[in-house]
Design a binder for this molecule. Structure first.
Ligand code: NAD
Length: 407
């Protein structure tokens, strides 16, 4: 049975709250979303038939600023998943120290089964339903699984039509020529590489030559791989939903691997790489494993077999609470999702800020600001973990909660 991400998120919050003498009113507020919105989305299909889809938007908390969080198009989307993801956003935005709160949205749909025009009508319907509760100073959606820059531009367009004024800052993750920010595409992967580098540096460990296996080769996994490889790590294994490959020498040309996958539909047959089982990826004998695909990738069963000493959580909620206990007992260091993948929302904030001030920043400037934010958050988490003798995840929650409490 699939672990319930909302229960995972709740367990993490309660555990961190225990070690703080937190005002019960604040804990009560953080334990539930401020507002949940469920919308019905009737859609006329291209063949004339009518189908009804369910859409969600959860506004978890806005103590520090407008709700902020992605929009997910996937068949597994349900209220509990969206609530969990919204809660994680509240802690992520506080931890990376940007003036946003936490939100999340999604539609229960397999977008690959819809035509481009059906997907556009569905998105526009969703935005019309949500228009009264979103806006640049209220709630700012962004991209997530299967909802990229084209969908974000549609959100901007439909919202602007509803309110009668062009409003680029209502959504982030837009295409570059439509108010998007330089560096957003690379941001989450690059941010993860900074977090890993900073934590290892604080432990006086060098990343050079460390072997890495990455589950998921989408936006996050592929950019992380590029930056780790550039920094001297040896990325030796990849998987996606269909295949997995291993190369003892390490993959040195990520662009060519990506081109190969695009052409052949999977990694299988890539020169000098050996096919491995998909479910082996996180239990390979490497130094660092990276779940960068979906939730609940590391269950208790997987955790027992993890041989790496570091787990870099690039996906949201990839480790179940039982798995976390096993990893802790086995001295595996988990760099938690709310730190490791917060580079995406950091650059989303930069995009919003550029839109609000009618500015365009250079990519080098975006990357410099991102590095500063990632290293500062990683330092705060590491220091707190040391001082309190807790895991990096508990420390990340503690840093975030202390910031929320001080507002
Ligand atoms: P994506 O859709 O670009 O890529 C997902 C990848 O995961 C694909 O390569 C897919 O083949 C692979 N995958 C799916 N099921 C798999 C399985 N069972 N085993 C192995 N691989 C599998 O998505 P993304 O943007 O790279 O996001 C990945 C994760 O990172 C998600 O959990 C997302 O919520 C999280 N995240 C993304 C961002 C961002 O900026 N894109 C920011 C924060 C967190």
């Amino acid at each position: 049975m699939r672990a319930n991400p909302w229960e995972t998120a709740q367990a993490q919050l309660q555990k961190a709250a225990q070690s703080l003498s937190l005002d019960p009113l604040l804990l009560a507020r953080l334990s539930q979303p401020d507002r949940v919105v469920e919308v019905s989305l009737p859609l006329r299909m291209d063949d004339g038939s009518v189908r009804v889809f369910s859409g969600f938007r959860v506004q978890h908390n806005n103590i520090r600023g407008p709700y902020k969080g992605g929009t997910r198009y996937h068949l597994d989307v349900d209220m509990d998943e969206v609530k969990a993801l919204a809660l994680w956003m509240t802690f992520k935005t506080a931890l990376i120290d940007i003036p946003f709160g936490g939100g999340k949205g999604g539609i229960t749909v397999d977008p690959k089964k819809l035509s481009a025009t059906e997907l556009e009508r569905l998105t526009r319907e969703y935005v019309r339903r949500l228009a009264p509760v979103i806006g640049p100073n209220i709630d700012v959606p962004g991209p997530d699984l299967n909802a990229g820059s084209t969908i974000m531009q549609l959100i901007r367009d439909e919202y602007s039509l509803v309110v009668g004024s062009d409003t680029p800052a209502v959504v982030t993750g837009k295409p570059l020529n439509k108010g998007g920010s330089e560096g957003r595409t690379e941001a989450t992967g690059l941010g993860g590489s900074f977090a890993l580098d900073e934590i290892l540096r604080l432990r006086s460990v060098s990343g050079k030559g460390k072997t890495v296996a990455i589950q998921g080769f989408g936006n996050v996994g592929s950019y992380l791989a590029r930056y780790l490889q550039k920094a001297g790590y040896k990325v030796v294994a990849f998987s996606d939903s269909k295949s997995a490959v291993f190369s003892g020498k390490g993959f040195n040309d990520i662009d060519s691997l990506e081109a190969f996958k695009k052409e052949h539909g999977s990694f299988l047959g890539y020169p000098a790489a050996k096919a491995i089982r998909n479910d082996e990826i996180l239990t390979l004998p490497v130094d660092i494993v990276v779940p960068a695909a979906l939730e609940n990738a590391i269950t208790a069963d997987v955790a027992k077999q993890v041989k790496a000493s570091v787990v870099l959580e690039m996906a949201n909620g990839p480790t179940t609470p039982e798995a976390e206990e096993i990893l802790r007992a086995n001295n595996v260091m988990v760099i938690p999702d709310i730190l490791a993948n917060s580079g995406g929302v950091a650059v989303s904030y930069f995009e919003w800020s550029q839109n609000m001030n009618d500015e365009r920043w250079f990519k080098a400037d975006v990357f410099k600001r991102l590095e500063k934010k990632m290293r500062a958050a990683s330092d705060a988490v590491y220091r707190t973990a040391r001082e309190r003798g807790v895991t990096l995840r508990d420390a990340a929650y503690i840093v975030a909660i202390e910031r929320l409490a001080s507002e």
